[in-house]
Design a protein around this ligand. Structure first.
Ligand code: HEM
Length: 123
């Protein structure tokens, strides 16, 4: 079996990805205002979530139950532009990591359908 993205990235790289991603998200002119929880709390949740999203241990589910990501995002109105902005922050964070280009591509592509699936309003 091919090693998972979790195995290929490793925990320190996931940690860096989450840090660099939220540093961009929290100051983003379009989507920054959506994030009201403490930055460190959100980062920790996202580290747990991405560990399992990338094929590692189910750390998020063990602590918070089934992710039901779309349902958890429903309280936050998310437009297509918001999803594009989220992906652009993720793309920049991934690009900044010291990993192979092909791995960067693979990691970014893993996010696209999930981000578009979070869109829950037209305006
Ligand atoms: C499409 C654009 C997206 C927007 C605008 C967005 C926005 C948000 C917001 C506003 C929160 C709550 C933050 C708070 O508590 O203050 C949140 C939580 C979260 N988001 Fe997103 N999100 C998006 C996409 C995604 C994607 C693609 C993923 C995963 C691949 C993701 C994973 C999470 C997780 C794990 C949480 C924490 C859920 C919890 O409360 O346990 N989000 N997101």
């Amino acid at each position: 079996m091919e090693p998972s993205l979790f195995d290929r990235l490793g925990e320190p790289m996931i940690h860096q990805l989450v840090d660099r991603f939220y540093d961009r998200v929290f100051v983003h002119p379009l989507i920054g205002r959506l994030f009201k929880t403490d930055k460190e709390v959100i980062k920790e949740k996202q580290r747990l979530f991405l560990t399992q999203f990338f094929g590692g241990p189910s750390l998020y589910s063990n602590q918070y139950g089934h992710p039901k990501l779309r349902a958890r995002h429903l309280p936050h109105p998310i437009t297509n532009d918001d999803a594009e902005a989220w992906l652009s922050c993720m793309s920049a964070a991934i690009t900044s990591l010291p990993i192979e280009e092909s791995l960067k591509d693979e990691v970014f592509k893993r996010f696209v359908p999930t981000a578009l699936f979070m869109v829950n309003t037209d305006q």
